[in-house]
Ligand binder design. Structure first.
Ligand SMILES: [Zn+2]
Length: 82
């Protein structure tokens, strides 16, 4: 996956919905799809990127957001395609 902003727009139509997940520690809200338990697609927008204080690398995810995504998957808020 190279360009997140560009590429993910098409994927949304192919493999199920992108669902919003909000970081617990900051105001960032991203769109997430889990193809499997190991694979998570996250679509950042500029707002979320600016809001998330935990993020250091644009290709990384802040730990609080990561755990929010994990919990959403466990509770069924996000459907794991698998
Ligand atoms: Zn965050």
């Amino acid at each position: 996956m190279t360009s997140r902003e560009g590429a993910l727009r098409d994927e949304r139509l192919l493999d199920g919905p992108l669902l919003p997940v909000r970081c617990r520690r900051c105001a960032a809200e991203v769109l997430v799809r889990k193809a499997s338990w190991e694979q998570t697609s996250i679509q950042w927008n500029a707002e979320a990127r600016a809001a998330c204080a935990g993020i250091q690398d644009p290709h990384d995810t802040c730990p609080a957001l990561r755990s929010a995504i994990q919990e959403a998957a466990l509770t069924g808020a996000i459907k794991v395609v698998e």
